[in-house]
Design a protein around this ligand. Structure first.
Ligand SMILES: *[C@@H]1O[C@H](CO)[C@@H](O)[C@H](O)[C@H]1NC(C)=O
Ligand SMILES: *[C@@H]1O[C@H](CO)[C@@H](O)[C@H](O)[C@H]1NC(C)=O
Ligand SMILES: *[C@@H]1O[C@H](CO)[C@@H](O)[C@H](O)[C@H]1NC(C)=O
Length: 202
């Protein structure tokens, strides 16, 4: 009995090689985590990654014909700005699409082919919308009458785009930009009333 415990005591003290291995592996993993954390932090500080921004730069309501039998015909130009504030990475935009509507009635669907924006720059693209005569129901006719009286008409403009840009050591970052805007125009001259519509999250 006594013998057994005497033999067992040193055995208990000796650390098993397996435990040593585990300890070394754990330490290595810890170091790797710290180093990669520092690398990401430095990468972040060096790159200042910025989420690319979509916004409505300007718009013009051209002709807007509204007949007494409730047919609406519009012509509109919408200028979209795609902005890349990253100074060290170009950004690419894909799956870009927008819907222009009036009181829930879709007037036009707009899409863009994938495009790139160089580092620290922005590009503009124009959408020319020419709708056919769209028949309006009585509620929407009423809304148009009201708009003409108030001399301001409001359209909804919604859409999104998938952006992607590279951040040093972090790899490629993907982000969906969403636009959800109201485009308001003076009915007298078609001038856009700027509302600072942007995908930027505040
Ligand atoms: C928007 O476009 C109109 C007409 O094209 C122009 O008069 C106006 O100055 C533009 N506004 C801005 C902010 O660029
Ligand atoms: C980014 O562009 C702005 C003007 O568009 C310029 O003033 C600035 O110096 C540029 N930054 C870099 C890092 O190129
Ligand atoms: C358009 O008309 C509105 C008032 O209806 C006016 O405030 C605005 O200055 C006009 N814009 C231009 C470019 O004439």
């Amino acid at each position: 009995m006594f013998d057994k415990s005497k033999r067992g005591y040193p055995q208990f003290r000796r650390t098993h090689p397996f435990i040593w291995c585990l300890a070394i592996i754990c330490s290595l993993i810890c170091i790797a985590v710290i180093v990669s954390g520092a690398a990401v932090f430095i990468g972040y500080m060096v790159m200042h990654p910025r989420i690319p921004i979509l916004s409505v730069a300007n718009a013009t309501l051209g002709t807007m014909r509204y007949s007494q039998d409730g047919l609406l015909e519009t012509q509109m130009t919408i200028i979209i700005r795609a902005e890349n504030d990253n100074t060290k990475a170009h950004a690419s935009f894909s799956d870009t699409g927008f819907i222009l509507s009036f009181q829930g009635l879709v007037i036009a669907k707009l899409v863009a082919d994938p495009f790139d924006v160089e580092k620290n720059s922005s590009i503009y693209f124009n959408y020319e919308v020419t709708s056919d005569e769209i028949p309006l129901d009585s509620a929407r006719r009423h809304q148009v009458d009201l708009s003409l009286k108030e001399r301001v008409i409001t359209f909804d403009f919604k859409g999104d785009s998938r952006t992607q840009w590279r951040v040093w050591l972090l790899g490629s970052v993907k982000f969906w930009c969403h636009l959800d805007c109201q485009l308001r125009f003076h009915t007298s001259n078609g001038t856009y009333i700027s509302s600072g519509c942007t995908s930027k999250t505040k």
